[in-house]
Every structure is written in structure tokens, then in C-alpha cells.
Design a protein around this ligand. Structure first.
Ligand code: SDX
Length: 429
């Protein structure tokens, strides 16, 4: 459905179509604005800009609502599993039992990586950040899989998608094993997706490894929470990279690089380091003051969100999962959890955070859970990337299949020097 709006520029009325979505804000189509007015719109950080039309994920930031293909995140996290969520995000509907069995089978049969990938790892220092390794190795997948890089071929796009969803856990586990100096563990296809990943991370040749079903279920739920999130920075990076026709492995590597930033997916690692630095509840007021101080670059990591001006629905589920995991592991009082819960209580009553509508986001509690499971802090964003790969792929596929898709090429407001003539070095004084 569309209607019209009128913009007055230099006393000239410009008609702009308004397009309505299924739910959520309508958009003003400004694609003809430059041609009609000779002017660009200006929106650094894209706070008021819709970059595309999408049917995948919907967020209502004021109400704290997150829907994957219309299904509320809490229902999917409660009743579904990660591979079912992958199917939903990719194909738009929940799978039938037969479709799910076929999808699980296809993903499982792509879990191994080319054995020469092992040599990539030996080139890194042991203390290399696992995210640096992931950016390199995922980008390098295009060197091994030329048969699934032609983005104009739907079959090749499907194969590349399966390969990335299946191989991210294997590469992530290899990055972890390399980091801790243990031998790589090959995937075991009779295990479910997340149990397979836990075994590849924590099994050692010296003894039998039994997957803890409570921890596997908890991590699978954490993957569901991280699977997609509309047009966030890393998804927009993948879409922009993909709009040039770059191969899917290179696009996902670009998404991983963007996710690494502490303002985005790197916040889970930064939030845990912040909780460790605070250490005890009595130090919280000092850090709250730092977060509020305009002259102090410190921010409460895991707090605030560009879209959520209410509690991040994922953070609530994350907090519940944290308690489940700590109880399963017999961790009675985790000092980090004590600091986190006290910090949340204080911040949510503080005028600064209330006025700016700053609430805990998904990264606030995830680190405590992952650390309790045995992952080092440097692996937290790798796990975020593992889960978000399906979201990036679903959004990339939607863009490639959109007949109106063109290469993304934003413009600018130029405030640099006007044209001037070259001056030789002798004349420069
Ligand atoms: C993720 O986009 C997504 O969907 C991302 C994500 C996903 O699933 O893909 O949800 C995942 O990235 C979650 C966000 C993780 N990042 C952090 O937790 C880092 C800490 N948070 C902030 O850096 C910040 O809140 C952002 C980056 C998340 C949002 O930044 P915005 O929307 O650009 O907001 P802003 O920086 O303009 O902040 C608005 C005001 C500012 O004060 P004023 O200049 O208006 O006076 O709020 C303040 C900020 O200083 N503020 C904070 C704060 N976050 C914002 N002050 C203290 N601590 C904070 N955490």
C-alpha cells in the first residue's frame, strides 16, 4: 500500500511516495529526490533510513519485540532449535518434520572443511585473536569452493549457504583448539549441530567426551537469539559487499570483520572484561559515574541499543539461560553475575539511563554464560558470528533475489576544499 507526501524545497513542491509495510514504520521513497531537487538526504549512522525492503526479521524497539519471519523470539527460543530457526530464516516458514530432517542431513554433510585449511592455522601465532582467524579462514573458503561462488546460480547460492552454516562451527572450534594448543577435533555426524560444536571444542584424544545436554540446549538457544537482527551494522556490511557481486564467502568474511567491533558484536567480550574490571558491587557507582561523564569515553558495555529503547527481549532470555547454566554447573554464586545484576538494578533506576532509554542488550549476560561453559573471552564474538551467519546469508540471499537490487553507492555532504590549482613544491614556501 502506498500514499503520497509532499516536500517543499526552495518553494518547489516535490511529491514523494509513502510505502507501508506489514507492521512498523512506513517509508518515504526518496530514490528520485536527487533527480527532482539536486539534493541528497543526510543521515549519518542511518538513524532514520531504511536501506531495503525485507521479509525476514522485524524489531519494535519501543515495545522490545523481535520476530523472525513473524514468530516471536521467545517462542522460537523456548520451543525450537537452531537449525529449525536457520530453515525458517532462509525459507520463510517453519519446516515440516520431513523438511527438517532433510535440512539437518544436508547441513551435517557439509561440516568438514578441506584438510588443507589446517595449514592456514599453523601460520597464525597461538595468541592470535580467534576473530582475526575467522575473518581470514571464512574469506579463504572461496579459494576452496569455486563450485559455489557464482551468485547468479540459485543452486550454487544454496550450496554456499549450506557450506557456511555447516562449516562455521568447525572453523570456530579449530580457532579455539589452535588457541589452546590442542589437536583439532573432527565433526561427528551422529551428533546434533550444537552438541557437535561443543564436542569439537572440548573433546580431547585422551578421553571420552560426553556432551552435557543441558549445556548443549542452552548454547543452541543462545545461537537462536543471535541468528538475525534486521539491518544491523554487520548485516548491512554483508548486503553492501554482496551488492557488488562479491562471492558469498567474501561477504560473510566482511560481516565477521564488522561484527568484531566493540560497539557491535565485540560488546559481549567487552562487557565481560568490564564486569571483571568492576570486580565487586561496591565499585559500581564509580563506573556508573564514568559512563555518565561526557568527557569519559567509557560506556557500560552490553547496555544501550540503536533500536531497542526498551529491554532487549533477547537479554531477558539470555539472563534466564545464564541462571540455568550456572545452576547446571553447580556455580552457586558467580561474582560476575552478582556485579551484573547489581549493575543492571542501579543503572535502570538512574535518571541518565532512564532518560536515554538505555537497557541491557543481548551482550550484557551472554559473556557470563559462555565463560561458565568454558569459552575464553576472546571466543565470545566468534560464537556470535557462528550464530549470525544464517542471518547474514538469509539477508544476502534476499538482496540477490530482489529484482530491484543494484550496487549500493551512498553519496555525501562535501565540506572539503573547493577546486584549486596545483602548486609546485618550490612555490609552497
Ligand atoms: C549489538 O544493531 C543491532 O541490532 C546490533 C545487535 C545485533 O543483534 O546485531 O543488537 C548487537 O551490537 C548490541 C549492541 C552492543 N554494543 C554495546 O553494548 C556497546 C555499548 N553500547 C553503546 O555503544 C551504544 O548504546 C550503541 C552503539 C549500542 C548504540 O549507539 P547509538 O544508537 O549510536 O546511540 P548513541 O551512541 O548516540 O547513544 C545515545 C546516548 C549518547 O548520549 P548523548 O550523546 O545523547 O548525551 O546514550 C549514551 C550516549 O553517550 N549511551 C551510553 C551508552 N550507550 C549510549 N552511555 C553510557 N553507556 C552506554 N552503553
Amino acid at each position: 500500500m502506498s500514499s503520497n507526501s509532499t516536500l517543499s524545497v526552495d518553494n518547489k513542491a516535490v511529491d514523494l511516495a509513502v510505502k507501508e509495510g506489514t507492521i512498523g514504520p512506513s517509508v518515504i521513497d526518496i530514490s528520485k529526490l536527487y533527480g527532482q531537487t539536486g539534493m541528497f538526504t543526510y543521515d549519518p549512522g542511518f538513524t532514520s533510513t531504511a536501506s531495503c525492503e525485507s521479509k525476514i526479521t522485524y524489531i519494535d524497539g519501543d515495545k522490545g519485540v523481535l520476530l523472525y519471519r513473524g514468530y516471536p523470539i521467545d517462542q522460537l527460543a523456548e520451543h525450537g532449535d537452531f537449525l529449525e530457526t536457520c530453515y525458517l530464516l532462509l525459507y520463510g516458514e517453519l519446516p515440516t518434520a520431513a523438511q527438517k530432517a532433510d535440512f539437518d542431513y544436508r547441513v551435517t554433510r557439509h561440516t568438514m572443511v578441506h584438510d588443507q585449511m589446517n595449514r592456514f592455522f599453523t601460520g597464525f601465532r597461538r595468541d592470535a585473536h580467534p576473530m582475526a582467524i575467522m575473518v581470514a579462514c571464512v574469506g579463504a573458503l572461496s579459494a576452496f569452493y569455486h563450485d559455489s561462488t557464482d551468485i547468479s546460480d540459485p543452486h550454487q547460492r544454496m550450496v554456499a549457504s549450506m557450506r557456511m552454516i555447516a562449516k562455521m562451527p568447525t572453523l570456530a572450534a579449530m580457532a579455539y583448539k589452535y588457541h589452546v594448543g590442542q589437536p583439532f577435533v573432527y565433526p561427528q555426524n551422529d551428533l546434533d549441530y550444537t552438541s557437535n560444536f561443543l564436542r569439537m571444542c572440548f573433546a580431547v584424544p585422551a578421553e571420552e567426551y560426553k556432551v552435557n545436554p543441558v549445556l548443549s540446549r542452552a548454547l543452541d538457544r543462545i545461537f537462536i537469539l543471535h541468528a538475525d537482527h534486521e539491518q544491523n551494522a554487520s548485516t548491512s556490511t554483508v548486503r553492501l559487499a554482496g551488492s557488488s557481486g562479491a562471492n558469498p564467502f567474501a561477504c560473510i568474511a566482511a560481516g565477521i570483520a564488522c561484527l568484531w567491533g566493540p560497539a557491535h558484536g565485540g560488546a559481549n567480550e567487552a562487557a565481560l572484561k568490564m564486569l571483571e574490571e568492576i570486580g565487586t558491587p561496591d565499585k559500581i557507582p564509580m563506573y556508573i559515574a564514568k559512563a555518565k561523564d561526557k568527557n569519559d569515553p567509557f560506556r557500560l558495555m552490553g547496555f544501550g541499543h540503536r533500536v531497542y529503547k526498551n529491554y532487549d527481549p533477547r537479554a531477558r532470555i539470555m539472563q534466564k539461560t545464564t541462571h540455568e547454566v550456572l545452576s547446571e554447573l553447580g556455580i552457586k554464586d558467580d561474582p560476575l553475575l552478582d556485579v551484573a545484576m547489581e549493575l543492571e538494578q542501579i543503572a535502570l533506576k538512574d535518571d541518565y539511563f532512564v532518560e536515554k532509554k538505555l537497557y541491557p542488550n543481548i551482550d550484557f549476560y551472554s559473556g557470563i554464560t559462555l565463560k561458565a561453559m568454558g569459552f575464553p573471552t576472546s571466543m565470545f564474538t566468534v560464537l556470535f558470528a557462528l550464530a549470525r551467519t544464517v542471518g547474514w546469508i538469509a539477508q544476502w540471499s534476499e538482496m540477490i533475489e530482489d529484482p530491484s537490487q543494484r550496487i549500493g553507492r551512498p553519496r555525501q555532504l562535501y565540506t572539503g576544499s573547493p577546486e584549486r590549482d596545483y602548486v609546485t613544491v618550490a612555490q609552497r614556501g
